[in-house]
Design a protein around this ligand. Structure first.
Ligand SMILES: [Zn+2]
Length: 265
């Protein structure tokens, strides 16, 4: 195989490895960030529960004041009852007293409900805070682990990066420039294998003549569709010819079926 092509293949392998390191480090960082976010979210939820409990306590105070005021009103109307002359006035006062009594009953119910709700919110808040405490401890440990893993990745990355730089020096400037451009334009894949005449970068079938050139490996060939640099590597599990077209495929399946028949007989 063309030496320059061999070097380009090796360069691609380094770059794929480098991308892998970057992805792995990014994944670890994102996982840690997600854990931190979840813990913060729980903390915020606990805060909301406590705020709702405080609101409920406030509404109980308002209800209590309303109830006290209704009780005052009853006393006052009862005193007035002694002084009224007409039955109409008497009826009106009785109605006011009944209304006030009903208000007190309702208020008591509402206060009880608010108390129950507030207790539930406080209980939930306490649960969340307990969870948070455990989580924060774990989070700190995880953060350390993540940091260490990212550090190790960076160290391995630096080694590969150095080897890559060394290799890059052995490639002609023009070829390297073209490779680097392709690497950026083609999402980190500048050199790809060709299998059965199909470019493994864009999965288009290259013309047979070009496939033969790539197979020979004497020169650097590009995929006509995606411009990636192509190389051929023999694989006992892969056919060495072009991918069969549809009608040939059908023939192939039929032939396989016949073989099976022979085997079972
Ligand atoms: Zn291609």
């Amino acid at each position: 195989m063309n030496d320059e092509l061999s070097r380009l293949i090796a360069l691609q392998e380094f770059d794929t490895e480098l991308t892998g390191f970057d992805r792995e480090a990014e994944r670890l960082r994102q996982e840690q960030a997600a854990r931190e976010l979840a813990a913060k979210d729980r903390e915020a939820q606990a805060g909301l529960c406590r705020a709702r409990a405080a609101e409920l306590e406030q509404s109980r105070e308002t209800l209590r004041a309303g109830g006290a005021e209704a009780a005052e009103r009853i006393k006052e109307r009862q005193v007035k009852m002694m002084q009224v002359q007409t039955s109409r006035e008497h009826q009106a006062l009785l109605k006011e007293i009944e209304d006030a009594k009903k208000q007190i009953r309702d208020t008591e119910e509402q206060m009880l409900q608010a108390e129950e709700d507030a207790e539930a919110e406080l209980k939930r808040a306490a649960e969340l805070e307990q969870l948070c405490k455990g989580e924060l401890k774990l989070l700190a440990e995880e953060a350390k682990k993540t940091e260490e893993a990212v550090r190790q990745i960076a160290a391995r990355r630096a080694e590969v990066e150095a080897s890559r730089s060394q290799l890059a020096k052995e490639i002609s400037a023009a070829q390297l420039k073209r490779y680097d451009k392709l690497l950026v334009k083609r999402k980190g894949l500048a050199v790809v294998r060709i299998i059965a005449g199909v470019c493994q970068g864009c999965f288009m079938t290259v013309p047979p003549q070009q496939f033969n050139l790539v197979r020979k490996g004497g020169e650097i060939c590009s995929c006509p569709a995606c411009q990636r640099i192509l190389y051929y590597k023999a694989d006992p599990n892969q056919p060495e010819t072009m991918a069969p077209v549809r009608s040939q495929l059908e023939d192939l399946y039929e032939a396989e079926e016949d073989d099976e028949d022979e085997l079972t007989e």
